[in-house]
Design a protein around this ligand. Structure first.
Ligand SMILES: O=P(O)(O)O[C@H]1O[C@H](CO)[C@@H](O)[C@H]1O
Ligand SMILES: [Mn+2]
Ligand SMILES: [Mn+2]
Length: 393
């Protein structure tokens, strides 16, 4: 019996990337800066005091921060019991797709297409093609934006005109926001599918549907019906290898989208990260030997990192940490749990984009050896999975 549970805590970086300066991110450190803000009493919204993540720390969270960045995070001083280390990315880009593909063993060496910080950010002829093919009356925004601020700015005009809100970020993405009821969810997904046909050939990584609800600026909220249309990953990911070896890949959360459903056996969704955590627990009872349960917990990134909300991010870490024993206690002989991340998103950093960082790699399970991994390439995570499941190239 051998199974692997691979949990990606989206954006939970631990600093120290040697190429951070190339991304304008030298000194960024998501976990360290959250722990420091908590210890200083600067993260008191809905929580209080030092960062309480004793279960993650026992698996090596604090040790990973020290190894990655040379800095001690206040209150995270445990001597780890499991195998722990920090991973370093070589892919060009600090986005979710590059991070996950490289963790899955396939670094992205070619450059994605990015959009300039101009208004409009998208070429006129491509917007014209999108409008003509999808039958929408036009588009709004056409710029770099934070996804919540852009709703405050253009949400009311979108409802009045029926024009979707189209924006991008430091990542290779085209994001399209529209009201779930006034515009319609299915119609938004249709527009995104057409946008994917137009933008994927340019090597734009993802088109993201951003449905939202409510009626007034300031009250607009994005729903869990977000959908990503990603370029398919190259061959050779750990998902391909697990499936080729006769195992199943059980995707939890947005993993299916990130891998464009290639070598994904089934997908479990949930309304929030704790619902996804419940799905993960249920796979402890249902996954078969040889299977990979591959989960992404997106809210660290989408609700707190991009929103530069330190208290919220700390709360999310504490909530995840408090539930971790439910997962570790369900692991059976032969199970391996790997907890890692895909990039950073330091909520104390300037702007609202991801940050180029190393990420923690925490490995545990009944019978797993407790030894330091050191600084490893992202792709080594795929090898940890492969060697545990005894699958070859
Ligand atoms: O501001 P929001 O819409 O959350 O955007 C974020 O979501 C995108 C996909 O993860 C990223 O590129 C980032 O910019
Ligand atoms: Mn991500
Ligand atoms: Mn993000």
């Amino acid at each position: 019996m051998a199974r692997v549970f691979l949990c990606v805590l989206d954006s939970v970086g631990c600093g120290g990337a040697p190429d951070a300066a190339r991304y304008g991110d030298e000194g960024s450190n998501t976990l360290l800066h959250i722990a420091e803000a908590c210890a200083a009493g600067n993260a008191e919204d809905g929580r209080s005091g030092p960062l309480r993540v004793a279960n993650l720390d026992a698996l090596g969270l604090g040790a990973a921060i020290r190894l990655a960045s040379g800095k001690a995070a206040p209150g995270l001083g445990a001597v780890p019991t499991g195998s722990w280390g920090a991973a370093e990315e070589i892919s060009a880009g600090k986005d979710t797709q590059s991070g996950h593909w490289e963790l899955a063993g396939v670094p992205v060496t070619r450059d994605w297409h990015y959009f300039p910080r101009t208004i409009p950010a998208f070429p006129d002829h491509l917007m014209a093609e999108l409008v003509a093919r999808s039958g929408i009356p036009g588009t709004l925004a056409n710029c770099h934006a934070s996804g919540t601020e852009v709703l405050d700015q253009f949400g009311a005009e979108h409802i009045a005109t029926g024009k979707p809100i189209i924006y991008t970020s430091a990542d290779s993405v085209v994001q399209i926001a529209a009201h779930e009821e006034h515009f319609g969810l299915e119609r938004l997904l249709d527009v995104c599918r057409i946008a994917a046909e137009i933008f994927h050939p340019l090597n734009v990584g993802r088109i993201i549907a951003r449905p939202f609800v409510s009626e007034a600026p300031g009250a607009f909220v994005r729903t869990a019906n977000r959908k990503d249309y990603a370029i398919a990953p190259p061959d050779g990911t750990i998902c391909d290898r697990v499936v080729a070896a006769g195992g199943a890949v059980h995707a939890v959360g947005k993993i299916g989208d990130i891998f464009a459903y290639k070598s994904i056996t089934d997908v479990s969704k949930g309304k929030d990260d704790m619902a996804l955590f419940d799905q993960m627990l249920s796979w402890c009872d249902r996954a078969a030997s040889g299977d990979l349960v591959f989960a992404n917990f997106v809210e660290f990134d989408s609700l707190w990192g991009h929103r530069r909300n330190v208290s919220g991010y700390a709360r999310a870490l504490e909530t995840f940490d408090a539930r971790l024993p439910e997962l570790t206690s369900r692991l059976r002989d032969g199970d391996l749990l790997i907890i890692t991340a895909d990039h950073g998103n330091d909520p104390t950093w300037h702007g609202t984009d991801h940050t180029r960082e190393r990420v923690p790699v925490l490995v545990t399970g009944p019978g797993a050896e407790g030894k330091p991994l050191g600084i490893i390439p992202f792709a080594k995570v795929a090898e940890l999975v492969a060697s545990h499941l005894k699958i070859g190239q």
